[in-house]
Design a protein around this ligand. Sequence first.
Ligand code: ADP
Ligand code: MG
Length: 197
Amino acid sequence: MNENLQIRTYKKSGHLEVICGSMFSGKTEELIRRIRRAEIAKQRVKVFKPKIDNRYSEFSIVSHNEQSYPSEIIKDAEEILEKSFDVEVIGIDEAQFFDNNLVDVCQALSDSGKRVIIAGLDQDYRAKPFEPIPQLLAIAEYITKTLAVCVICGAPANRTQRVTESTDRVLVGGENHYEARCRLHHVVKEDAAKTTS
Ligand code: ADP
Ligand code: MG
């Protein structure tokens, strides 16, 4: 065989993609879109979500515009390692509900040649960075910030307004608890008290 025609084969590099933004900004929609395209290309895919998120389905990730894709519920990030040895593309939704171990897990998966796609809230309802998303943004090759539409003025919205009284950081719910708001129309209870005193 002509040596000039030899094709070199390289080990495939993996990478990490993060999709983040407020609630209703289309994170799950975008994750489903990417996973479906990978599946069309006959890649082996698997999608995971945390145990806490059983709002719409135990067995699927579901977007607010009712698209869905089968997923597995897991209780901690390490479980993803055990369950992903035979897949090429891994999707993880609601990543903000995992602890910081998710960062090492995503790094290990990407290092081993897999494509990892994470979706999650980048800020909590007080507009504070929501770990472990900031750490994942730091190590990701690709970052997509999704924006919703502010329900007050129609501006691009990157914040999540809690419209019920609870002050727990984690309050799982949809339209009944939260709204998409822009910077101007996002109100944190303590800030409101400060400006009126
Ligand atoms: P996320 O995962 O970021 O919460 P989803 O992908 O589940 O978002 O849902 C996105 C869909 O939510 C949009 O396509 C739209 O149909 C719907 N939606 C509801 N409220 C809003 C809003 N205020 N701005 C934009 N989209 C909204
Ligand atoms: Mg979502």
